[in-house]
Design a binder for this molecule. Sequence first.
Ligand code: E4P
Length: 217
Amino acid sequence: MKFFVDTAEIDAIAELNALGMVDGVTTNPSLIAKSGRNILEVTKEICALVDGPVSAEVVATKADDMIAEGRKLAEIADNIAIKVPLTWDGLKACKTFSDEGRMVNVTLCFSPNQALIAAKAGATFISPFIGRLDDIHLDGMDLIADIREIYDNYGFETQILAASIRTPNHVAQSARIGADVITAPPAVIKALASHPLTDKGLAAFMADWEKTGQTIL
Ligand code: E4P
C-alpha cells in the first residue's frame, strides 16, 4: 500500500519522507490556504522533495478553465497529478488530461457510480472521502469496498486513493479492503506507530532495568 501525505506543510512532509513514509502528497485548496503559501511556490517545493505523485487541485468549475489551470499546474514538475472535482466538467477535464498522458486525481468522490464514471474518464486516482461520509453517519469504508469490487470486476486500472482519513483505524481498514493508496494528515501517519500497550510495556521494562543498575554503553 502506498502512503500519500495530505498536507502542504513542507517540514511535516520532509520529516516523514526521511523515514521512507512518503510515496506521494495530496493538497487541496483548503490545505494551501492553511499553509499561507502561494500554490505554485509551495507545490514546486513539495515536488522537489518527493519523488512520487503530488496532487495539485484546480479551482475553476468549467471544463475549459480547469484544463487551462491544470496545464499550468502540470508545468510545475513532472510528478504533478492534476486534481479535479468529480463533476461533469471535472470528468471532461480528466479525459483531456488522461489523453495527454498526464496523471489525474479525481476528488470529492462519495458514491460507487462516481468512481465508476471517473475510471471510464481515465482517472489515474479516484479519491473517495471516508471521513466526510462518516461525518454524516454513513460508512465511508463501505464505499472503499464497493469501489474495490467494481474496479476488480472490470479490470479498471484507476487506483483507489482512500482520502479524508481521520484515524489509524481508517488506514487499517483501507489496507484490509485493498485500497491502493491512503492519503492522511501527518499526525494520523505518526499515530500509526502508537499503541498504549507499547507505552505501558516500555515503561515496565525501563523500571525493571533501572533496578539492575546496569548500563549498555
Ligand atoms: C484528499 O485529497 C483531501 O485533501 C483530504 O483527504 C480531505 O480530508 P478532510 O475531509 O479531512 O478535509
